[in-house]
Design a protein around this ligand. Structure first.
Ligand code: FES
Length: 262
């Protein structure tokens, strides 16, 4: 259970997240448009929805805009998305302020989301947080003066088996200790964050995926096909390492002909 002091300490950040504050680089008049390459992605995204339900594409379009803008969403980017899907800008603001995956203020090159929920807390997330704060000289919600790191404590990121963990941009670094946390920060400072492991995340204690110290002890045989499904071979096999490509983060085939659904 969250202590009352922890809840109170989160309130200002939530309030901030829901309020637009004009800054020199984030004004209603600031220019934003998708690049030519990203307009191909916009077309691809919208092709997934009927033309009279373009607003269904708001979340992937905001994600695309955020990636183009360097990890955050200027007001002008939200306005551009509203224009593309033909809704009032407020409809887009509602989405962007509801989902914490969207950053309304600038973040550092390495945006660290530290999980502070119960399993991670029990396994030492407070130590990891203090290590990061001390090593980088920032507090929760702040960005280093060189613009390299932003730290934000968040709720469960779904990697509880490998607690404590952080998400650094799109990548998961798990089974952290204060020592490996510092190693990770230093590697990022040198522009060489450790590569993800075989299964698309990196337990920093050397283990493979969620296997315990004894290695793989369950699910060691390939389960048979479910009784009603016999067409598995028809599905494309996805290498876990290329999951970002399959999710569309830079993996679109720009030459693919997009047919609008009716
Ligand atoms: S509690 Fe930290 S990832 Fe779930």
């Amino acid at each position: 259970m969250l202590s009352s002091s922890r809840i109170i300490s989160r309130l200002p950040r939530v309030a901030l997240h829901q309020t637009h504050i004009n800054t020199p680089d984030n004004l209603p008049t600031t220019y934003f448009d998708f690049t030519e390459e990203n307009y191909l992605r916009v077309t691809r995204i919208l092709s997934k929805y009927p033309s009279n339900y373009k607003q269904s594409g708001i979340i992937p379009l905001l994600d695309l805009a955020q990636r183009q803008a360097g990890g955050w969403l200027p007001l002008a980017a939200m306005d551009k998305v509203a224009k593309i899907v033909n809704v009032a800008p407020m409809r887009v603001y509602e989405v962007a302020t509801f989902y914490t995956m969207f950053n309304r203020e600038k973040v550092g090159k390495y945006f660290m989301q530290l999980c502070g929920t119960t399993p991670c807390m029990i396994c030492g997330s407070e130590d990891i947080k203090q290590t990061i704060e001390k090593h980088l000289g920032i507090k929760d919600g702040e960005t280093t003066s060189d613009g390299l790191f932003t730290l934000r404590e968040v709720e469960c990121l779904g990697a509880c088996a490998n607690a404590p963990m952080i998400q650094m941009n799109d990548d998961y670094y798990e089974c952290l200790t204060p020592k490996t946390t510092i190693e990770l920060l230093e590697a990022c400072k040198n522009g060489q964050p450790p590569a993800m492991g075989k299964w698309g995340s990196l337990p920093m204690n050397g283990q493979v995926s969620c296997e315990g110290p004894k290695g793989k002890t369950s699910l060691i045989t390939v389960p048979g096909h479910p009784p009603l499904r016999t067409d598995w071979e028809k599905f494309e096999k996805v290498d876990p390492k290329s999951v970002k490509v399959h999710m569309g983060y830079g993996g679109y085939d720009e030459t693919e002909v997009v047919e609008e659904k009716s």
